[in-house]
Design a protein around this ligand. Structure first.
Ligand code: ATP
Length: 235
């Protein structure tokens, strides 16, 4: 579904992604794990068109997307839930969700997706008239995910969805990610919480200072001594 070939991304003269390649197959949950500053957010921003790679290819369903603008990438079926949620605080929950569908014209489909999002996140339905800025951190994460789903993506990019949430809520968010995946959405999940991410993912990539240093089945990577030591708090 997605094929990234040897991309290089710079911030000025900081070389943030150094020849990164990866693949995501339809229906998978793939997780990208790595320490602070390794380049995880940079990769997601490059996939969603917020950053342009200096070289390399991004193929989504055999179409070249590297360097294309974000709107076009959303139209092609990739939505990005950025780190830190970024909901529009002075707009209601409902209005934030509507914005997620702003590139669509199929009114009937949009209505159906409102229903789906409210089923997935009953809390958002209860709070649909409330200003988003007054929601808790967990609710804002739900709203950011719901807003991305309103674009009806086939590939969903999630940047640190569990950040700053209480353990019980983290569990809920991970369950919802699995549910979204079961309804046919492919997922690329960036996480600091490597244990949880590996527990729901099919495959994983490990990134260190801008380079992919390991990849494989999530269950196998989770057992590797080296990975356990570096990312899972193991000994
Ligand atoms: P985190 O979880 O802390 O966001 P990350 O793995 O997502 O970590 P990135 O945010 O992708 O890491 O950052 C990768 C590298 O690029 C880091 O060295 C970071 O300092 C640098 N970087 C990120 N954003 C910018 C920017 N806007 N300008 C300059 N350098 C940046």
């Amino acid at each position: 579904m997605l094929k990234v070939n040897d991309i290089n991304v710079y911030y000025g003269n900081i070389h943030a992604l150094k020849g990164v390649s990866l693949e995501i197959h339809q229906g998978e949950i793939v997780t990208l794990i790595g320490a602070n500053g390794a380049g995880k957010s940079t990769l997601l921003k490059t996939l969603s068109g917020l950053l342009k790679p200096k070289s390399g290819e991004i193929l989504f369903e055999n179409e070249h997307l590297a360097g294309k603008v974000p709107q076009l990438i959303v139209k092609k079926g990739i939505s990005h839930v950025p780190e830190g949620r970024r909901v529009f605080a002075n707009m209601s929950v409902e209005e934030n969700l509507e914005l997620g569908a702003y590139l669509r014209k199929d009114k009937q489909g949009i209505r159906e997706d409102f229903e789906k999002v409210y089923q997935l996140f009953p809390r958002l339905h209860e709070r649909r008239k409330q200003l988003s800025g007054t929601l808790s951190g967990g609710e804002q994460q739900m709203l950011a995910m719901g807003r991305a789903l309103m674009a009806r993506p086939r590939l969903l990019l999630l940047d640190e969805p569990s950040m700053g949430l209480a353990p019980l809520l983290v569990k809920t968010i991970f369950q919802i990610i699995e549910e979204i995946n079961k309804t046919g959405t492919t997922i690329l999940l960036v996480e600091q919480n490597a244990n949880m991410a590996l527990s729901i993912a099919d495959r994983a990539y490990v990134i260190e200072t801008g380079k992919i240093v390991a990849s494989g089945r999530a269950s196998e990577l989770g057992q590797s001594d080296q990975i356990r030591k570096a990312y899972l708090g193991g000994h």
